[in-house]
Design a protein around this ligand. Sequence first.
Ligand code: CU
Length: 481
Amino acid sequence: MKLLKTVCLLLIASLLLTSCKKEEKKELAVVDNANIYIKGTMDAELTAPPFVPAPVGNRTAKKLLVNMEILEKEGTMADGVQYVYWTFGGSVPGSFIRTRVGDLVEFTLSNHPDNKLPHNIDLHAVNGPGGGAESSFVAPGHKKTFSFKTVNPGLYVYHCATAPVGMHIANGMYGLILVEPEGGLPKVDKEYYIMQGDFYTKGANGDKGLQSFDMGKAIKEDADYVVFNGKVGALTGDNAITANVGETVRLFVGNGGPNLTSSFHVIGEIFDNVHIEGGTTILKDIQTTSIPSGGAAIVDFKVDVPGTFILVDHAIFRAFNKGALGMLKVSGKENKKLYSGIKQEGIYLPEGGTIQTMPDTKKKEVVTKIVEKSLAQKIKDGKQVYMKTCFACHQAEGQGIPNAFPPLAKSDYLNADVKRAIGIVLNGKTGEITVNGKKYNSVMTKQTLTEEEISDVLTYVYNSWGNNKTNVTIEMVKKVK
Ligand code: CU
């Protein structure tokens, strides 16, 4: 009897043990990427934004050699604004690195002999102290090599982590490394690389010349520029990314910061899939995705209709006033079922139909005798109108927004023809125009201003920012009307 009991107990114990072992095995399977066998060696393809290297597809895990060079070099932040960027691979953001889980990445970081400072790299895809920062700290004219195994699939930020860390990041030292899952991400037609960053300059936004980094503003998080791919206009006009109707587009979007969170949005599109925060969780049917500083997201969507789709940080002043604006140009056939365009255009009179017959404008003209104000008064009143109506697009100093809204400052287009200018304010303007040698193709809607307001605002514009000082009278506005 006693023996039987002992045998039973032993049996139960061994059963418990095997089930425990099974549990252990299951857990091991989850972290097995660390033990993926590597077969062969290859050089990593590195690309500058907005392009990405070829997908990994079905390739086996390999020893992947990444050679990256740090370059400190002057570049263009905006029209007429220069900045000394610190870069990984010569671009901001730095070269895109594409790996798969189980790769053994052998990373060599070279610091160009002409550079002034030591740098290093912290890759968020690394499981190890400092993400590689400690092993990669390298002085100008030297190089360092270290290696790491890619264990977790996802899209990761890398950045310089040399003190003062904030300054190195603010000068453009960040980029993305993708770790694809076994078998690769699902196939799409177009892939692009976009990374947001905030910049802090001694001068204000738009101040010309070589601008240096402003530590005070960076600490206050008071950015002068918030941009995609290192500069204003990196993804607009001729630099826009493109796709054809019916194609699927995948964007690898990162945020280098150093400070601001991006509310990434594509105007006129809905993300079909979002790998939130660059990880493996997929959310569907998303309008705007939040990308933290030092974080990333993978978004994809099918483009169904042609047109220009605007990429923005939906913290929208950053888009229209600080530069966080890009363009995706989609060409192909219209699809009226999905989007009709303008179907009808008409007069809207909220007071009701009876008012339609009232000679409203005539009444005003009878009541208000035309009295021309002094030039100084017109400029003063005109500025008020400008700040309410025109400022958002044409900007405080009439400088406009490159590739989107034409400048009014020193504008050859404006100064050549005052009647045309009055006509545009009265009736709006759609289509391509050339201002100071640059092409603009945007829409200005008809402005609901009185004749006096139009005369005031145009007089203000003509008497500001190096224009030809025309005094636009109410009479002139009437004539064009
Ligand atoms: Cu650095």
